[in-house]
Design a protein around this ligand. Structure first.
Ligand code: UDP
Length: 323
């Protein structure tokens, strides 16, 4: 059977596509290349350029391949932009997803692995955050993902669509061949590495007055290969008859922005120039995962949990891309 991968030319999607092949699966990619890069998908993987909301195209793909599951990565994912332009986020992340699922159901595809996010929790009431934590997003991006989670629950009850929502904490790092290259780049680790490579003059530290030990915001950075592994486990869980559920994917270690900067200085041997800036709107102070459920139910075992080790994989990839 084949697996439809939406957003398979993006950062996490392309690395999971690679992992699917390593596990003997046959991924089929759809990506509109708004943010994805065609060259990140191997030429022998069936690739369709277009929107997930294009019902004719998705119907054609499902007719041409023997697909039993969909991994849905494609979405807009800039928190700041979602605050400024929420309609872009709800139209793309919610409406287009509904259209995609309509066609999946028409073709009897009833396994769905969804890229959700810790941004669905909002400002934490306690850390580490488990899946039972109330979901009260602080930005439209988080709301758009939570809305899809809710839709998935209703569609399971009504139409038997079984799904796993994977709530990623901060995806980071790279494999030997694939890394994080957003345009525009807004993520902390790539920006720090651009500064180390003299591509940008400085990085901003957004907020130095958070209620954290050094005043900068704390996040749980999880290596992208570990995320890819979790998708394969979730797929097998659904195929084995697992019930719809949501799982956090994080290391359970929190690092402040300042600690990430310090770790990057160590890994790269470069001085990072940072400028203290106001908080970024919509950013909670501290997001740390309790991912025991993914370990216990899916058998997930993250392999790269140390922040320096994560940054090192990203640094290796960035330096190779710069040569
Ligand atoms: N951050 C920062 N400067 C930047 C980019 C990000 O201080 O140029 C902070 C951001 O406020 C957050 C953390 O770094 O606390 C991780 O942000 P990122 O954008 O990488 O991921 P997000 O948490 O938004 O998914």
């Amino acid at each position: 059977m084949s697996v439809l991968v939406t957003g398979g030319a993006g950062y996490i999607g392309s690395i999971t596509t690679e992992a699917l092949r390593e596990h003997g699966e046959q991924p089929v990619v759809i990506d509109n290349l708004v943010y994805g890069h065609r060259e990140t998908v191997a030429t022998d993987v069936p690739f369709y350029e277009g929107d997930i909301g294009d019902k004719d195209l998705v119907g054609k793909i499902l007719s041409e391949h023997n697909i039993d599951a969909c991994m849905h990565f494609s979405a807009y994912a800039y928190v700041g932009e979602s605050v400024e332009d929420p309609k872009k986020y709800f139209a793309n992340n919610v409406v287009q997803t509904i259209r995609l699922i309509d066609v999946l159901l028409e073709h009897n595809v009833k396994h769905f692995v969804f890229s959700s996010t810790c941004a669905t929790y909002g400002e934490p009431q306690y850390v580490p955050i488990d899946e039972a934590h109330p979901q009260q997003p602080t930005n439209p991006y988080g709301w758009s993902k939570l809305m899809v989670e809710q839709i998935l629950r209703s569609y399971d009850a009504a139409y038997g669509l079984r799904s796993v929502a994977l709530r990623y904490f901060n995806a980071s790092g790279a494999t030997a061949s694939h890394g994080e290259g957003h345009d525009p780049e807004t993520h902390l680790i790539p920006l720090i590495l651009y500064n180390a490579l003299d591509k940008i003059p400085s990085i901003s530290i957004f907020g130095t007055d958070y209620p954290t030990p050094d005043g900068t915001a704390i996040r749980d950075y999880i290596h992208v290969s570990d995320l890819a592994d979790a998708h394969i486990l979730a797929l097998n869980y659904l195929r084995d008859g697992g019930t719809s559920d949501a799982f956090n994917l994080g290391n359970g270690n929190g690092y402040s922005v300042q600690e990430v900067v310090d770790a990057a200085q160590k890994v790269t041997g470069c001085d990072i120039t940072s400028v203290h800036s106001p908080r970024r709107e919509g950013d909670p102070s501290r997001l740390i995962a309790n991912a025991e459920k993914a370990r216990n139910v899916l058998g997930w075992q993250p392999k790269i949990s140390d922040i320096e080790a994560i940054i090192e994989t990203a640094w290796n990839w960035h330096t190779r891309m710069t040569v």
